[in-house]
Design a protein around this ligand. Structure first.
Ligand SMILES: [Ca+2]
Ligand SMILES: [Ca+2]
Length: 74
C-alpha cells in the first residue's frame, strides 16, 4: 500500500494537516465535496481540527481508491 506523504498535504508547512488542507487535496482530485465534508468529520476522530498520521491512515484504509487518486495527483 502506498502511504501518502504527509508533507504533500501540509501546504502551509506547519507540520500538521488541517481539515481545510485535506479538503483542498480532495478538491484537487475532483472529489465531490458534500460527500467529503461528511468524511472530514469522520476522519478527525479526536476532533482537534487536524489530521494525524494515524487518522490519515485509517481514512486511507476506509477509502483506498480515493486515496490512491489523491496520492497519484499530489
Ligand atoms: Ca498545515
Ligand atoms: Ca485529529
Amino acid at each position: 500500500m502506498i502511504m501518502p506523504r504527509l508533507n504533500r498535504f501540509d501546504y502551509n508547512g506547519d507540520g500538521k494537516i488541517s481539515l481545510s488542507e485535506f479538503t483542498d487535496a480532495l478538491k484537487a482530485v475532483g472529489s465531490s465535496l458534500p460527500d467529503q465534508v461528511q468524511r472530514m468529520e469522520e476522519i478527525d476522530k479526536d476532533r482537534n481540527g487536524f489530521i494525524s498520521f494515524e487518522e490519515l491512515f485509517d481514512f486511507q484504509h476506509a477509502n483506498p481508491d480515493l486515496m490512491k487518486e489523491v496520492v497519484k495527483r499530489l
